[in-house]
Design a protein around this ligand. Structure first.
Ligand code: A3P
Length: 346
């Protein structure tokens, strides 16, 4: 009798176990598609490839992403690449800056979209003369494999402040979309300084205090020769870009808001890139230990940015902060006026 009961119980457990595994597998497949509860929808707008777009629902692109991931590891043969219709495409949009504005976070978050493929490394093609001399085919070959209907995005924050870059990008594609992520200028300058300071400390070197670099000791005015200060004068750099591209080709991302409230900022970028809205709150979760939002691709795969993003800044003399904020104020007003985006900086 006892033996019979045990066998019956084992059988029941087996059925329940299979059901649980089945449901889990279904959930993985379902959630992994990222376009849950939404109708399958082709990619809109001008990023369409040569084929009939209706043949490429976003869900299919999302599914194929798993394959892409394998290819990215570099194990694909030429035959596999051809078979899966993979190509290395020049970017349709570039995050041109600003250094320490949140460029990595923006790129990684946009990569949550099934129609976006990121170039993982900063390529430094347009700002580095040696790379630029290698030609556009060299640049294209640095791009990740993607499906023709996807768009490639790269980020190299040095582009924003490098003199030659706007003309070079214009020569490649005069209708390219340009993303600029900015943070409150003084905070950005301190973040910039913190990164350099950490590099020095790693090499056991000493470095000046921020105050000493940012303020000219002779005049007691803001030191405009200090690179971290100059980079934060956004309007000066943008004016150089505007000699080549109309303002409509730029989109300004609020880097401070991307930290605290990433979704609305990403939705604005989706709109700017003519992509159907696919990034949702599900894809972003706040990690209290990191103090930042992290990324959730599906029920299994999630990640936070590396520890080098979100450093603790050194304390800076409040009078220096006030001086810097006063200095940046008129440049900020001009920046708001040119871009049509007002950011509530002091
Ligand atoms: P701090 O290190 O000063 O906090 P970049 O990628 O352009 O170098 O920018 C780095 C900045 O991205 C970090 O500056 C951090 O504040 C910001 N950031 C925005 N969103 C983030 C996120 N989800 N995780 C980590 N850092 C993020």
């Amino acid at each position: 009798m006892l033996f019979k009961q045990q066998a019956w119980l084992r059988q029941k457990l087996l059925v329940l176990g299979s059901l649980a595994v089945g449901s889990l597998l279904y959930l993985v497949a379902r959630v992994g598609s990222l376009d849950r509860l939404q109708p399958i929808c082709p990619i809109e707008g001008r990023f369409g490839g040569a084929r009939n777009q209706a043949e490429f629902p976003l869900r299919a692109l999302q599914f194929k992403r798993g394959l892409l991931h394998e290819f990215r590891k570099g194990n694909a043969s030429k035959e596999q690449v051809r078979l899966h219709d993979l190509v290395q495409q020049l970017p349709k949009a570039i995050i041109i800056g600003v250094r320490k504005g949140g460029t990595r976070a923006l790129l990684e978050m946009l990569n949550l979209h099934p129609a976006v493929v990121k170039a993982s490394q900063e390529i430094h093609f347009f700002d580095n003369d040696e790379n630029y001399a290698k030609g556009i085919e060299w640049y294209r070959k640095k791009m990740p494999f993607s499906y023709p209907q996807q768009i490639t995005i790269e980020k190299s924050p040095a582009y924003f402040i490098t003199e030659e870059v706007p003309e070079r990008i214009y020569k490649m594609n005069s209708s390219i979309k340009l993303l600029i992520i900015v943070r409150e200028p003084t905070t950005r300058a301190i973040s910039d300084y913190t990164q350099v300071l950490e590099g020095k400390e790693r090499k056991n070197k000493t470095y000046y205090k921020f105050e000493k670099l940012a303020i000219d000791p002779n005049t007691c005015e803001v030191n405009t020769k200090y690179k971290a200060v100059r980079t934060s004068i956004y309007t000066k750099h943008l004016e150089r870009w505007l000699k080549y591209f109309p303002i409509e080709q730029f989109h300004i991302v609020d880097g401070d808001r991307l930290i605290t409230e990433p979704l609305p900022e990403l939705q604005l970028v989706e709109k700017f890139l003519n992509l159907p809205p696919r990034i949702s709150q599900y894809n972003l979760y706040f990690n209290a230990t990191r103090g930042f939002y992290c990324l959730r691709f599906n029920i299994i795969f999630n990640k936070c940015l590396a520890g080098s993003k979100g450093r603790i800044h050194p304390e800076v003399d409040p009078s220096v902060i006030t001086k810097l904020r006063k200095f940046f104020h008129p440049f900020n007003q001009k920046f708001y006026q040119i871009t049509g985006r007002t950011l509530n900086w002091p």
